[in-house]
Design a protein around this ligand. Structure first.
Ligand SMILES: Nc1ncnc2c1ncn2[C@@H]1O[C@H](COP(=O)(O)OP(=O)(O)O)[C@@H](O)[C@H]1O
Ligand SMILES: [Mg+2]
Length: 242
C-alpha cells in the first residue's frame, strides 16, 4: 500500500529526515512516535504528498508520486489519501454532512452520490442525528469523528492522522481510537497515525520510532553466556572506556 524508500528532507541547513525506509501493508494500523521535532509531521506530509522529499521514493497505492506533476498530485491526493489533524479543521460555515461531502464533490461525485455516501458514513459513526449541525454545535469528539468521515468519503488507500486525539479528553480519545480499529476491521482501512498517546501506540499493529531523522531499530541486548555470571559487574560503558 505504501512504500517509502530512502527519503531525505532538509529545511535550509536543518536535516529533518535522513534516509527513511518504510513499507506499510493494506489494512495495517501503524503508529509513528518520537520526540517533538523528530520529523513526524514532515514524514506524514511527505507520505501524503503535501510536501515533496529532497530525494527518495514515495509509492502510494502502486503509484510513484514523484513522477506526478503538481496538478496530477492534487487529483491523486483527493482520491487516494485521507487526512485527519489534531484540530478537526472542519469549515465552520458548513454543516457536518456538507463538510463530509466537499471532498467527494471535488473528486467528481454528483451532489446526490456525495450526500448518500456522507449519510452512510455519518450513520456508521453514530452521528446521523448531527448531520445538519455546524461544527460549533458539535462536541470535540463529534467534530473529530466528522473529520474522520470526511477523510473516508473517497475511499482512500490510507488515512494519515497527525495527533488526531491530541485535543480530546480520555473518553472521546478512546472512542476515536476504537473507531480506527472498527474501520480497519470492517473495511480493511489502512491507517498511519502520529501520536504521543502511549495507549494508542501500544494497541497498533506496529510502532515506528522516529528520532533525529531516522527510524530507530530496537536494540535487543545480547549478553554472551560467559558474561552472565552474577559476579560480573563490568558495565558496557566501563568496558568500552578501557
Ligand atoms: N516548513 C518548515 N520550514 C522550516 N523548518 C521546518 C518546517 N517544517 C518543519 N520544520 C522543522 O523541522 C523539524 C521537524 O518538524 P516536524 O516534522 O513538525 O516534527 P514533529 O512533528 O516530530 O514534532 C523541526 O525542527 C521543525 O521546526
Ligand atoms: Mg508534529
Amino acid at each position: 500500500m505504501i512504500d517509502i524508500k530512502n527519503i531525505t528532507k532538509s529545511f535550509g541547513l536543518l536535516k529533518v529526515l535522513k534516509g527513511i525506509d518504510l513499507h506499510i501493508d493494506k489494512g495495517e494500523v501503524v503508529s509513528i512516535v518520537g520526540p517533538s521535532g523528530a520529523g513526524k509531521t514532515t514524514l506524514l506530509q511527505i507520505i501524503g504528498t503535501l510536501d515533496r522529499p529532497d530525494s527518495g521514493e514515495v509509492i502510494v497505492d502502486g503509484i510513484d508520486t514523484n513522477r506526478l506533476s503538481t496538478k496530477k498530485l492534487s487529483d491523486f491526493r483527493i482520491l487516494h489519501i485521507g487526512f485527519v489533524f489534531q484540530f478537526h479543521q472542519l469549515l465552520p460555515e458548513f454543516t457536518a454532512i456538507e463538510n463530509i461531502m466537499i471532498p467527494a464533490y471535488i473528486a467528481g461525485l454528483s451532489q446526490k452520490q456525495a450526500r448518500k455516501r456522507a449519510e452512510e458514513l455519518l450513520d456508521f459513526m453514530g452521528l446521523a442525528d448531527r448531520a445538519t449541525h455546524k461544527p460549533n454545535e458539535l462536541s470535540g469528539g463529534e467534530k473529530q469523528r466528522v473529520a474522520v468521515a470526511r477523510a473516508l468519503v473517497n475511499n482512500p488507500a490510507v488515512i494519515l492522522a497527525d495527533e488526531p486525539s491530541g485535543s480530546l479528553d480520555t473518553k472521546n480519545k478512546e472512542e476515536l481510537h476504537q473507531l480506527f480499529f472498527d474501520l480497519r476491521d470492517k473495511f480493511g482501512q489502512t491507517f498511519v497515525i502520529v501520536t504521543h498517546d502511549e495507549g494508542l501506540a501500544s494497541i497498533t499493529d506496529r510502532t515506528i520510532h522516529l528520532r533525529d531523522g531516522l527510524i530507530e531499530t530496537p536494540i535487543i541486548p545480547q549478553i554472551p553466556e560467559e558474561e552472565c555470571s552474577p559476579l560480573e559487574t563490568t558495565t558496557p560503558s566501563e568496558s568500552s572506556s578501557l
